[in-house]
Design a protein around this ligand. Structure first.
Ligand SMILES: [Zn+2]
Length: 109
């Protein structure tokens, strides 16, 4: 099945709300041609980390590009974030390797 080309220049954004409070956001892109997902940024307020919010917002993104059919990448993260991405990667089968260069011609940084 062919998907129409998406306008790949804009990040999709899912905002994380707890009650009426905006506690974080996920910015990502999906390329249906190359079957990849790319997380540009996942930010969660410090006091809301470790509650599973990150994995649930990523699960919402995966509905658009389900692993392992789609291979997911993330931008380079600082050292403290790496165990999180390794956990998510092994739990979802999405991979979540760190993108060090452009991963497809349609999704860049
Ligand atoms: Zn592509």
């Amino acid at each position: 099945m062919r998907h129409p080309a998406t306008s790949a220049d804009d990040f999709h954004c899912i905002e994380l709300m707890v009650g009426t409070r905006d506690v974080g956001a996920l910015y990502y892109k999906v390329c249906h041609r190359c079957r990849i997902g790319y997380v540009g940024k996942l930010s969660i307020n410090e006091e809301y980390q470790g509650l599973g919010l990150g994995s649930s917002v990523l699960a919402a993104a995966h509905e658009e590009a389900p692993a392992p059919d789609y291979c997911w990448w993330t931008s380079h993260q600082d050292g403290s974030a790496q165990p999180f991405w390794q956990l998510i990667g092994s739990r979802t089968g999405a991979g979540y390797q760190f993108a060090t260069e452009s991963i497809c011609p349609h999704v860049g940084e």
